[in-house]
Ligand binder design. Sequence first.
Ligand SMILES: [Ca+2]
Ligand SMILES: [Ca+2]
Length: 344
Amino acid sequence: MRRAFEKSVNTVMAAALMAALAMNAFLVQPAQAANLVAGTFAELAAAITNANDEVNYPGADTITLTAEITLAAALPNVTSEIIVEGEGYALDGGHTYNHFYVVESGDFTVKNLTLKNGNSGYGGSITNRGTLTVLNCTFQDNTGGNSATSGGGAIFNHGKTGGQPTATTNITNSTFSNNSGGLGGAILNWQASTGAVVTIAYSTFSGNSGTYGGADIHSWVGHVNLETSILADVSSGNHCGFTSGSLSDNGYNLVEDATCGSIPAGADPMLGALQDNGGPTWTQALSTGSPAIDVIPNASNGCGTTVTVDQRGETRPSPDAGSCDIGAFEWEYPFTLYLPLILR
Ligand SMILES: [Ca+2]
Ligand SMILES: [Ca+2]
């Protein structure tokens, strides 16, 4: 009898303990990554400050824009893992401020955003010293100084000196239009003693200018991986420039001069103006007959496997199961003819 009573007490206690543990587990459950929104400069600055607070906002946080924002001052540095979802809005630097500065501890992803009118001696739009991922963005009219010791009109990938991690920038499905800088009108990749690596895929560069180095890309000791991208229509200078830097041709690039490593000069890709072609950000369409159309075989360089849409979100490849186009824009076949049905 006593044994049965003890067993009963033990069962009740065990149940209570389980309930307490469950409650406790609920109470001490780690905070989830936050979803923040920003529609003004003050809200964006506050959201970045909050996201960087790893006590109250641990882990990766997403900041979603709800309006076009013009910077009233420099934004706080990105010191943690942050994703900015642009939702097709623009961030305007007012020709005065750069948009983002990512320090060594930062892991920054920006997507579906237009970054325009940024200005800084280095990195007119973004300086990255940590990890930067750019998806479906348009960099437009950014400036990165105009001297032999300035540059990176849009992006400055900033590998620094001893002991610091490699600065890593990955860019996919993005357009760089009318950016300028001393060295690297669009991108300056710079390494002192540790690594600086920029990888660019399915992107379009047009109308950029570099007064003292590459109009699109300048690599200073660091390394650039270039694939499936268009470099065309420089405003002034050569497409690429190097100061002891290097560039790998990882396939299917169309560059209008022979200054980017081993890539031979290609034909005019017949780009349209930067405009709204559908999708969240503006793009430069390919014209009918462009030599950039249907160049990348299905399943090569991610065509139709890891890359299944263009910058606008339109399906790659077009036509279905066909080949992908070079650059950020996939040309759409006007219609599909089902010839066997017609013949029948
Ligand atoms: Ca955080
Ligand atoms: Ca195609």
